[in-house]
Each structure stands twice: as structure tokens, then as C-alpha cells.
Design a protein around this ligand. Structure first.
Ligand SMILES: *Cc1c(COP(=O)(O)O)cnc(C)c1O
Length: 418
């Protein structure tokens, strides 16, 4: 099957970039990221106070975060480093959602200092937060529906997932908050990851809207926002179809009008915390072919490796590969595309049909803009690559330099080896 995915640049552009910044490098497309943010905002424009809190962990680079903020997004953080990044780009207070789990007191402290919304992962954390850093006026809970929801492949079954409160704990938890004088309440769940079926998110909204109504009936509490989580998938494969955001937005709007409005609970803010769908499709790992090898299979060796992008090795994830300048050539050669780690799962593609590839050809690995560079590591002494931003005006900005050996060795003390 020969199928292609479009690219926002051509071979000449990337060759010129590669002269200045050696491969491998990540290249992000500013116009694409902005466009996606706008589509998502448009789909929920009916909802007063809608906001997608960008999951910082997907692409923790301040220059990328800044683009998202300029498009009206907030930040979803789960660690102190992500809180620091958010603060650096000027996001504070309720523009930041702190959805963490198994959280130490010092990270709650950092979130409190920033004024972030605390989204607690467990009922015991109510007292933990109260005793360590004090409860804020607004507290949100993460709900785990257990066997009430099927979950999906990456995130797994909710009842096997470590996250969140049971339904009974939710009711008990809000009651505790009430008794402790907390005034404002949020409700969150995250039951999907990389989900391409838009109706999944509509069902999540149905589940949360129903809870909001029951919580109001039983406890007299008005939940201020429902956070449907992240997890909107992206079409990694050429034959995959992107989630129809406008459809999802409309369906959730209809549900809101059928349930929340008649219950007298309007306005209820609807928020999301997607990372992948915002930046994933707009980041590319660019790498050069450095070797060929023919044994029992044919291999194409590239200068990137699993340390630059671990999703294929870790999840068996499909990432489309284009060979620049050969987009229209027949994909008639079956190869494994491999890196140089001493690990046999260091493969970007397995038995993939590609055009014949020569040494120094540039390969573009698609859809690497989220959970790509961020999951990079240094095993085997591999260094993390540079990140470059292809700006809407066509210029290229280096937004993170490549690591050096000095970076790699910076944390060890060689003074006794002189
Ligand atoms: C990872 C994560 C997200 C973002 O997930 P995407 O698949 O990138 O949209 C949002 N919320 C929580 C709690 C997460 O752990």
C-alpha cells in the first residue's frame, strides 16, 4: 500500500536547515500548532470559559508553550519542572492546572505558590495537602470510573489504573472539602489516550455531567468546571482519520443543553487538557541515512535512535516516515529503519515499504511533536537532539540546542581521576 502524509516543508528547505543544524533534530511547524489550537477553541466556542490546558509534558519547551498561550491555552502540569516552565512563560494562578499523582508535599508547595488549580488524585491527599501546604479555595478531584468505563489501549482499563477517586470517594471527598470550608470545586477524569473515536469524549462528558448533577443533588455543591482530560488522538497512520473536533464540540454542547441547563447548573465550565493533539502532528524528527545493511533482513541505519523518539520501541507505535525528495517514488523496498542503540527494539519502522534509500538521504519521522523529544533519554551515551521551530514567516529558530558531552557528564565529578 503506498500512502503519503503531507509535509509543511520540502527537501530544499530541510537541506538548508541541516547545513546549519546537523541531523538529527526536531522541527516544529508554528503555523500548524496555531491552527490546531484555533480549531479546538472554535469547536468549544459555545462554552463560556472553555480552555484547553496544554499538557506540558507532551512538549516541555517554553517556546512551544508560548505559542499555545498566545492561542489562549493554559498549562496542565504534573511536576515541579512543568510548573517552573509555566511560570517562566508567564502562566500563573488558574491558568495552570496541577494534575499530578503520588505527589510529594514539595510539589504541592510549588503548585500552591503558583496559585495553580489543585486536581487531587486521591482522597487521602485532602488531608495531606491541608496539613502540608494548606487547602486552596478551589479544589478539583480526579475521578476513576473503574469498570464503568472501558478505557483504551494506551491508558488501559480504568480499574487497573493507579489514578483517581472511586465514585464513593468522590462524594465523601467533596463532603470533606465542604466541612473544611473549601468554596469552589472542580471535577476531572482522564480515561483515554490517543483516542481517535470522537464519541469517546462525548461519553466522558456524559459521565461527568451526570456526576455534577448527582453531586449537586446529594451535597448541594455546585461544581464549577468539568475537566474532560486529554487524550484526543492523532492520525499517526495515513489511513487514520483525525477526530472531528467540531462534531465533538457540538455533541457535548447538545448534551450540556439536555442535562446541565435543565438541572439549573449552567454555567458549568468545560475544560480539556490535551497535549498530543496540539503539537503531535506538527513536530518532525529529521534524520539522515548513514548506513545500509543486508543480512536476513534489509536495514536502513539512521543517525537518530530510540533515545530521540522512544514511542516505536516502547509501544510499538507507528510513525510514518517520508524520504525527502522521494515522496512520489514507489515504496518498493521493505526495510527496518534502525538507530544505533545496543537494543534490538531501537527501530523506527519494522518491515516498512519505503522508496530505495541512499546514504545521506533525509528521512522525516512524522507526528513526533508530542511525547517525542520529551521522552528522550541518554542511555548508551546518546545525546538529546536540538529542537527547531519553523516559524510562520518561514524563518527557523533554534528553541533548544543539542546536548553536548559536557552536558552529559555535568553531573559526575571527575576530580579524583586527574
Ligand atoms: C498525559 C496527560 C494528559 C495529556 O494527554 P495527551 O494524550 O497528550 O492529550 C492530560 N492529562 C493528564 C492527567 C495526563 O497524564
Amino acid at each position: 500500500m503506498s500512502s503519503t502524509k503531507p509535509l509543511p516543508f520540502d527537501e530544499a528547505t530541510v537541506r538548508a536547515i541541516a547545513e546549519k543544524y546537523p541531523t538529527p533534530f526536531y522541527l516544529y511547524d508554528e503555523a500548524g500548532i496555531r491552527n490546531t489550537c484555533r480549531q479546538l477553541n472554535e469547536a468549544f466556542s459555545w462554552s463560556e470559559g472553555f480552555r484547553n490546558y496544554f499538557a506540558v509534558k507532551a512538549t516541555p519547551n517554553p517556546h512551544i508553550l508560548k505559542l499555545a498561550i498566545e492561542e489562549g491555552l493554559g498549562a496542565d502540569c504534573s511536576s515541579k519542572a512543568e510548573l517552573i516552565l509555566s511560570e517562566k512563560v508567564g502562566l500563573t494562578g488558574e491558568q495552570v492546572m496541577f494534575t499530578s499523582n503520588n505527589t510529594p508535599a514539595w510539589e504541592y508547595q510549588a503548585a500552591r505558590e503558583l496559585g495553580a488549580i489543585l486536581n487531587l488524585d486521591d482522597i487521602t491527599h485532602i488531608e495531606f495537602v491541608e496539613q502540608s501546604v494548606g487547602l486552596p479555595e478551589l479544589v478539583s478531584f480526579r475521578y476513576n470510573p473503574g469498570s464503568a468505563r472501558a478505557g483504551n489501549v494506551i491508558i488501559g482499563k480504568p480499574e487497573e489504573a493507579k489514578y483517581g477517586f472511586t465514585e464513593q470517594q468522590l462524594f465523601d471527598g467533596y463532603r470533606m472539602l465542604q466541612e473544611k470550608g473549601v468554596q469552589r470545586f472542580g471535577l476531572h477524569t482522564m480515561v483515554a489516550s490517543n483516542e481517535l473515536d470522537g464519541s469517546f469524549f462525548v461519553e466522558t462528558a456524559r459521565m461527568l455531567f451526570d456526576l455534577v448533577i448527582r453531586i449537586h443533588q446529594e451535597l448541594g455543591i455546585r461544581i464549577e468546571f468539568t475537566n474532560l482530560g486529554g487524550g484526543i488522538g492523532i492520525p499517526y497512520r495515513p489511513e487514520d482519520k483525525a477526530v472531528d473536533l467540531a462534531w465533538v464540540g457540538n455533541e457535548i454542547k447538545a448534551l450540556y443543553e439536555q442535562t446541565i441547563v435543565p438541572a439549573g447548573l449552567d454555567p458549568l465550565r468545560v475544560v480539556l487538557e490535551n497535549g498530543r493533539m496540539i503539537t503531535g502532528p506538527h513536530g518532525y524528527l529529521v534524520t539522515s541515512c548513514i548506513h545500509h545493511k543486508e543480512i536476513y533482513r534489509k536495514y536502513v541505519g539512521v543517525d537518530a535512535c530510540m533515545a530521540n523518539l522512544m514511542r516505536p520501541g516502547m509501544y510499538g507505535a507507528y510513525h510514518h516516515i517520508s524520504v525527502l525528495g522521494k515522496e512520489d517514488a514507489a515504496a518498493d523496498t521493505v526495510v527496518d529503519v534502525v538507530g544505533s542503540l545496543c537494543e534490538n527494539n531501537d527501530k523506527f519502522a519494522i518491515q516498512r515499504s519505503l522508496p530505495p534509500i541512499n546514504r545521506d538521504d533525509l528521512l522525516v519521522i512524522h507526528d513526533a511533536g508530542a511525547h517525542g523529544h520529551a521522552m528522550g533519554f541518554q542511555y548508551n551515551g546518546k545525546l538529546r537532539s536540538a529542537e527547531l521551530l519553523l516559524k510562520a514567516d518561514g524563518n527557523v529558530e533554534q528553541i533548544r540546542r543539542a546536548e553536548t558531552y559536557d552536558d552529559y557528564f555535568a553531573t559526575v565529578d571527575f576530580s579524583s581521576f586527574q
